[in-house]
Write a protein that binds this ligand. Sequence first.
Ligand code: GUN
Ligand code: ZN
Length: 486
Amino acid sequence: MQRFEILDKDAMGRIGRLETPHGRIETPALMPVINPNIEFIPAKDMRKFGAEILITNAYIIYRTPELREKAIKKGVHGVLEVDMPVMTDSGSYQLMVYGDVEISNEEILKFQIDIGSDIIVPLDVPTPPDADYGTALSDLEVTLQREREALKLERGDRLLALPIQGSTHMDLRRRCAEEVVKMGGDVYPIGGIVPLMDTYRFYDLVKIILEVKSVLPSYAPVHLFGAGHPMVFALAVALGCDLFDSAAYALYAKDDRYLTPHGTKKLEELQYFPCSCPICLEYTPGELRRMDNDDKQRLIAEHNLWVSFEEIRRIKQAIKEDNLFELVECRIRSHPNLMFAWRQIREYGWLLEQYDPSMKHSFLYAGVESCYRPAVLRHHERVLNVELPDKDEIIISADEGVLADFYLRPAFGVVPIEMLESYPAGHAEIPPSELLEDEALEIAVQGLKRFLDHHSDRRFVIVASGKWLKFLKDLPENAVIKHDKP
Ligand code: GUN
Ligand code: ZN
């Protein structure tokens, strides 16, 4: 049965609907992690922040006698005192941190089924980044074996998550993705990435997501396991991730760390709160600093939840408005590692092309990365099929004041007059070429050269001046340059 429905799309991101035994949730969704042992922010309060689904740890419940008894009697929903969807993790995280867990895969799966979890997870092996190939491969074989075992269990209408591991070995990530799709899970978490998040290794993170997405079908809901910092949400959604879990809201709060969509702040360094959530409106950073630890940490955690869900809503609205690229290109400027991580989309143009809608309203240039959007690549292709006027010499002008057959535009390259008013080239807000990054002109000239080569039997005059001339070099023989302003 198809449990995931896609309602709207932008970039590789989507707004979707996931059906669970406790009702449907809208994605992208953030699942606050509830530690069943520690009453920090009660599960039943999570709705007010925007949570539609929670995640808790079945292994912790299993290992704590009172919780286990209660869970067997009243289910996991009874333990958390909620009736909203609840995903349970298996203890794999403890496996990664402590190297061992005292339970078998089958036992923890059956326990999750018995306590009425909405989304169950096998005991996958989260191989850390940079593991040697042999270790990553043998871990992966264990993970896949456990996932096959999970499929054989009678689980009623519960959803089964099949995590994708493989460390930083891209062929293993792809292989794992192929295998789990063949098995047919309901949710596909990308696992083993917490150490990448913690060390800001966003380049590897983006690479893993892109490699996995290049194998997974579009209708597969993807969970980025353990990525709870709002600074990566927009980027991860734009790459096609649908579910997130946040332990970060609580873990960071315990350390006096305050989340923002741009990064983390230490409470001690804040003079002002850059946020208008109920907590930041009511208190000043100084007031929080003077509180006792419990109150302070709870209030920071509440702020952390407010901003995290606010960012999710902002991303959803960006998908509705078709400007998720613009949001991501803004967010990646919060950290250089995010910026060069995102730039890898250049090598995955074919993949983005399959997802990104071709009709939108506007194109706001936010930096060189805007040139890597599918809209630009598609324009370069499309213009090759435009019919040329029946003239000896065809004029392509970089200056809009000159009457020409085609115009030369940053990023887009050759733009026929009839496309000057339409999306994308005609609706693109781009700074003047003189003020623009070189790359935006280089990409335009690459497009121009392809266009000229494509029409090698025709003659062209390129009217240009200023900064364009720096890049209009080594043109094919069918083109001459005419200096616009001497
Ligand atoms: N929590 C954070 N990372 C992981 C992972 O890779 N697998 C599971 N099961 N839980 C996680
Ligand atoms: Zn706040």
